[in-house]
Design a protein around this ligand. Structure first.
Ligand code: GTP
Length: 598
């Protein structure tokens, strides 16, 4: 296609405002997929994404469209994820577009991520088209949404389009707006190649598929390309565009969005945000926007059955093929044996990996309490980074400690203001700003330790605001803190996998809650099991699991045999999920229980 007939755009929105539903509607209207093959939410192609209704990986699709001016256009839709953990994926998708549809749910209005995503789009000079979605709903407040678009976003409410992604209302007008308002990409196809990698995925049959936006020049089969971040070179095997399936083309020229396959072994060899150029005629400078994503949350994974270690390793290897942001290394625990220390982009990322390991790879696994990475200043003058409680130095060797902080932005109806401020204070937040967006809504900004958000901040924010408060965060910097290592002892023995690094002021409360929870999770055994929380040799909390009294089978003694067998089988099933730690049987759920605070 001619550059003038190309439009590159993305859809940005707060979570659940209907991004995937709208994307589906655009694809469906464009008639590139037969209805009988049409699955809901085609762009969210991972099962977990579909089940949870959240978009994680960016995807792209080229939609052919004949506009009312009679011309054929090619509309490249780059999908973006909606959750806070994946802001980076939003920014690279935005980098490859000229325009953005900013979706606002007519029943919810402007939310925290609506704002943060709009700022990202503005930073990259994108043409923003405000779109009010879900107008079919009884609770839709269109004048209210328009007012917020004007006041909170500073956009012209007259420009807002009204759609129902679900029912397909307003979709034709939306297509016309994309063609007329979003500028065509510019770029010189005869210049040296300059292309941005905005994503990549692993295809079991073709290897690594690199998703590209071509800014200058062209790329074609047989060409020798170079990645500018590390000067690695490859030969292009195929180039093409995304039409749900990969469709090969002779070449991709300036302005296009497409893919190349070039004999690249793993997604780890590709850096998203990197610039691809012609090895024989390289461009002068890389495109802006390359930033390495770093994991911020760490946790160890162990197989429930130690014999499954190799299988767990191969499962992680397979996950890593498609998720370069997952990092892991070998780890071992006295209590749980061999496992892996893993780094994640956030808690949701951790949960996604956990679910994929369990569901797609059928692994029975234990995750230890997630931790942030602390900076510890030793008395020797050396400074070390620690995310694993087992690597925490002796108290006596530590001079001081620092922990990562976030800038949290919360938008809430004023009704819940008091409760939310209390919650933030409890989470050691310091308010840095408060802005009334209108009479009924406030934006709060807090500096808060990331570690506090890891536990139950998000769930509690949702519950105290009846789901109305929204939340977004950026990691800012390290600030001084007071840390202790909380150990948990079962039957007098410390279980290393249950240790946590905690803020000193929270240690007693955390110890008490963990002991209480473990008491509920650990089944009674033939002997009494004391559960203790301690800092060093100082015990700060204690609970006891009493000894088992009655034989479980006694109840149906003499009763019918099938009931007895069922009971035994149930016990056996339960055993599989148990881990022997010393002489105590610890269920898998005990490890999850210690993650919850209240
Ligand atoms: P993430 O992918 O997690 O960012 O969410 P999303 O923004 O893609 O939201 P999604 O498309 O999954 O829609 C969220 C919910 O809103 C789903 O239950 C949709 O069926 C519903 N929904 C989306 N658009 C409309 C609409 O126009 N009308 C109504 N009534 N419901 C809608």
């Amino acid at each position: 296609a001619e550059t003038v007939n190309i439009r590159n755009f993305c859809i940005i929105a707060h979570i659940d405002h209907g991004k995937s539903t709208l994307a589906d509607r655009l694809i469906q209207k464009a008639d590139i997929v037969e209805d009988r093959y049409f699955k809901d939410q085609i762009l969210d192609n991972m099962d977990i994404e579909r089940e949870r209704g959240i978009t994680i990986k960016s995807q792209a699709v080229a939609i052919p469209y004949t506009a009312s001016d009679g011309k054929e256009y090619l509309l490249n839709l780059v999908d973006t994820p909606g959750h806070v953990d994946f802001t980076y994926e939003v920014s690279r998708a935005i980098n490859s577009c000229e325009g953005a549809l900013l979706l606002v749910d007519a029943t919810q209005g402007v939310q925290a991520q609506t704002l943060s995503n709009m700022y990202l789009a503005l930073e990259h000079d994108l043409e923003i088209i405000p779109v009010i979605n879900k107008i079919d709903m009884a609770a839709a407040d269109i004048p209210g949404a328009k007012q917020q678009i004007e006041r909170d976003l500073g956009l012209n409410p007259e420009d807002a389009l009204l759609v129902s992604a679900k029912q397909g209302t307003g979709i034709d007008e939306l297509f016309e707006a994309i063609v007329t308002r979003i500028p065509a990409p510019s770029g010189d196809s005869s210049a040296p190649l300059q292309a941005l990698i905005f994503d990549c995925h692993y295809d079991p049959y073709r290897g690594v598929v690199v998703h590209l936006r071509i800014f200058q020049g062209r790329v074609r089969k047989g060409m020798k390309i170079r990645f500018m971040s590390n000067n690695s070179e490859y030969e292009v095997e195929t180039a093409g565009v995304f039409k749900l399936a990969l469709v090969e083309q002779d070449e991709l020229s300036a302005g296009s969005v497409g893919y190349i396959i070039a004999g690249i072994k793993t997604v780890g060899d590709v850096r998203v945000g990197d610039t691809v150029t012609d090895a024989d005629r390289p461009c002068d400078t890389p495109l802006p926007g390359f930033r390495e994503v770093k994991p911020v949350v760490f946790s160890s994974i162990y197989p429930v059955d130690s014999n499954d270690y190799e299988e767990l390793r191969s499962s992680l290897e397979k996950l890593k093929l498609n998720d370069a942001s997952l990092v892991y290394e070998k780890d071992s625990s006295a209590a749980l044996g061999f496992g892996f220390r893993c780094g994640f982009l956030g808690l949701l990322h951790l949960e996604v990996i956990q679910e994929r390991l369990e569901r797609e790879f059928d692994q029975s696994i234990i995750f230890t309490a997630p931790s942030v990475k602390y900076r510890i200043q030793l008395k020797t003058g050396e400074s070390i980074m620690v995310d694993n409680p087992t690597e925490y130095p002796d108290e006596g060797k530590i001079e001081s400690a620092e922990e990562p902080y976030i800038r949290a932005s919360i938008i809430t109806p004023t009704t819940y203001l008091g409760n939310i401020m209390t919650l933030c204070m409890e989470k050691r937040g310091v308010q840095t700003n408060m802005t009334y967006l209108d009479e009924k809504r406030v934006e709060l900004v807090y500096d808060m330790p990331l570690a506090e958000v890891l536990f139950d901040f998000y769930d509690r924010l949702k519950s105290i605001s009846r789901g109305y408060a929204s939340f977004d965060y950026d990691i800012t910097d390290y600030k001084s803190t007071e840390l202790v290592k909380l150990d948990i002892l079962l039957n007098g023995k410390a279980v290393d996998a249950l240790s946590q690094l905690v803020y000193k002021g929270n240690a007693y409360e955390r110890a008490r809650v963990v002991c209480e929870r473990l008491k509920d999770e650990i089944p009674r055994q033939q002997f009494k099991i004391p559960i203790q929380g301690s800092i060093g040799s100082h015990v700060i909390a204690r609970e006891t699991v009493n000894a088992l009294r009655k034989d479980v089978l006694a109840k149906c003694y003499g009763g019918d045999i099938s009931r007895k067998r069922k009971l035994l089988e149930k016990q056996k099933e339960g055993k599989k999920r148990m881990k022997m730690v010393g002489d105590v049987e610890l269920p898998q759920s005990a490890f999850l229980a210690v993650l919850k605070t209240k």
